[in-house]
Design a protein around this ligand. Structure first.
Ligand code: G16
Length: 546
């Protein structure tokens, strides 16, 4: 029986002590907090990643060091399972427990218990690939992670500085290398080549594409964006903006989605009618927009991306003669605009799940083709293995069917099915716009968004807020939901919900209503209820909270 290398673990763990006053939590997208307090967590995540790999018979596990859309001083870490999907949720609680073990002895004891409980065969190999985004705290955190990986004896590969979706792609390709399920070449070049080749095939013969401006959020997407720029050249002229300033500051997908306006740096750059998009800090979210002739800003968010791409795939499936064999479905969260849900449910099966890509991803796996995007621009399209086989082995009865079948196969290749991928999603959007000859305004006109507002409320303990019904209703604090319901009834087309964020220390309030001033008022009044409920200081109550 192989035992845990306790001495080595203790020796290295002592280099990464945990402060007794900090409690960590594996949230919506892993651990996420100020980068300067994460050192002990990274070590422990390294050990856990090694154990996860051993549990899965030496399959490659991914570790991404990023805090995505959060401000630059934040950082975080998330684990990626062998097919490139998020860590199995049953392990999240163990990640939290190990991260919070107070002393070296406590950690070792917790580790031994966990190995027994999870029945991990320690004689199995451990293989881990890791990467980080561009945050200044990244190198030190990766050093701590490496100590953890060394302590558990993992074989490692350093994916360097890259986007979250590239890391997910690497995990999947490393695990399928040399098999019939090969997902592609296991390198960053392999990723760029696979996606850009499929893109070029899909837009061949279409009218030349107008230049596309990409706001890179001053993050790692600038690097991968540059690689696509080089690979695509004139097929899609790309203009990269916000490439090396302060990460996510006044730019990026979260800024655009939340403030519903153009990043200030694009105000002098963007022409009326020209389309542009924003990535977030690790390039897994995408928001499009354009300015009309009066230079009014129009946003095309994750919901609009769903409407556009799902209908394109449905059209291709139909035109290939596969309508009876392949059903397309959509997954959204409570943040989806009410108009988008109405538009989509009139056309396709739609499911609503809790926030977090892991929830959407799993729900999408139940469809032959599952299209999922959070309103914040995080999402992708999943083809079930059977659907993929059906598409690839289909015998078309006409040349037109043959053409659309080829389009479908290239569509599968342009999509990064492992996780939401802003750049791959962006190319999918460009393909659909090229095929439908849509301008941004024509895409926007698929349906009209209900005015909506998202507000953050800082509270003492966000964990006091508990939800049910895919986060659409609060069960705790008791009585607050009834007050929200009463308020919502006063607004035409009103809808509002409250949930604790899993990535920031805040409670989020969403509201929509038939008219803009009402949506704003409803959001701020619900935020006021939350603030009061959480015992906020009446003297410092934000003025907007009415
Ligand atoms: C992460 C998750 C997303 C989620 C977002 C906000 O995104 O991956 O699924 O929508 O956080 O979550 P919350 O409202 O719980 O803070 P990212 O882009 O920050 O990794």
């Amino acid at each position: 029986m192989v035992a845990l290398p306790i001495d080595e673990i203790k020796r290295l763990l002592d280099l990464h002590p945990k402060s007794p006053s900090i409690r960590y939590q594996y949230g919506t997208a892993g651990f996420r907090t100020l980068g300067k307090v994460l050192d002990p967590v990274l070590f422990r995540v390294g050990v856990l990643a090694g154990l996860r790999s051993k549990k899965l018979d030496g399959k490659v596990i991914g570790v991404m060091v990023t805090a995505s859309h959060n401000p630059e001083p934040d950082n975080g870490v998330k684990l990626v399972d062998p097919r490139g999907e998020m860590l199995e949720s049953a392990w999240e609680i163990h990640a939290t427990n190990l991260a919070n073990a107070a002393t070296t002895d406590d950690f070792v004891a917790a580790l031994e218990d966990f190995v027994k409980l999870a029945k991990i065969d320690l004689s199995k190999p451990a293989r881990v690939v890791f990467a980080r985004d561009t945050r200044p705290s990244g190198p030190a955190l990766v050093a701590s992670l490496k100590d953890g990986l060394q302590a558990i004896g993992a074989e490692t590969r350093d994916g360097g500085i890259t986007t979250t979706p590239v890391l997910h792609y690497l995990v999947r390709t490393m695990n399928t290398k040399g098999t019939s399920a090969s997902y592609g070449d296991d390198s960053e070049e392999g990723y760029i080549t696979k996606i850009s080749t499929a893109f070029k095939n899909l837009v061949a013969g279409k009218a030349a594409l107008a230049p596309l401006t990409i706001d890179c959020a001053n993050g790692v997407g600038a690097k991968t964006g540059q690689q696509f720029q080089d690979a695509l050249k004139d097929t899609l002229p790309i203009v990269l903006e916000n490439t090396n300033g302060v990460l996510n500051e006044n730019c990026g997908a979260d800024y655009v989605k939340t403030s519903q306006k153009l990043p200030p740096s694009l105000e002098t750059v963007l022409q009326a009618g020209q389309r542009a998009c924003s990535l977030d800090g690790d390039a897994d979210r995408l928001i499009y927009y354009y300015l009309d002739e009066r230079r009014q800003f129009h946003m095309l968010d994750g919901d609009k991306i769903t409407a556009l791409t799902a209908s394109f795939i449905v059209d291709l499936v139909k035109a290939s003669g596969l309508e009876q064999k392949i059903k397309v479905g959509v997954v959204q969260t409570a943040y989806a605009n009410g108009s988008s849900t109405k538009y989509l449910t009139e056309r396709l099966p739609v499911k609503c799940v809790s926030t977090g890509v892991k929830h959407l991803h799993h729900a999408a796996e139940h469809y032959d083709v599952g299209v999922y995007f959070e309103a914040n621009g995080h999402g992708t399209v999943l083809f079930s293995p059977q659907a993929e086989d059906t598409i690839r082995n289909h015998k078309p009865s006409t040349p037109a069917q043959s053409t659309t079948q080829t389009h479908l196969i290239n569509t599968i290749d342009v999509i990064n099915q492992t996780v939401g991928d802003a750049l791959s999603d962006m190319l999918l959007v460009e393909i659909v716009l090229a095929h439908k000859s849509y301008s941004g305004a024509e895409w926007d006109s698929l349906y009209a968004d209900l005015p909506n507002r998202l507000v953050k409320v800082v509270v003492g303990d966000r964990n006091a807020f508990k939800t049910e019904d895919a986060e659409r209703r609060l069960v705790s604090p008791v009585g607050l939901q009834a007050k929200i319901d009463e308020l919502v009834r006063k607004y035409e087309g009103g809808r509002s919900f409250v949930r604790p964020s899993g990535t920031e220390d805040v409670v989020r309030v969403y509201a929509e209503a038939a008219l803009r001033p009402q949506a704003d008022e409803l959001a701020f009044r619900v935020a006021g209820l939350v603030y009061d409920e959480a015992g906020g200081d009446p003297v410092n109550r934000p003025r907007e909270f009415l």
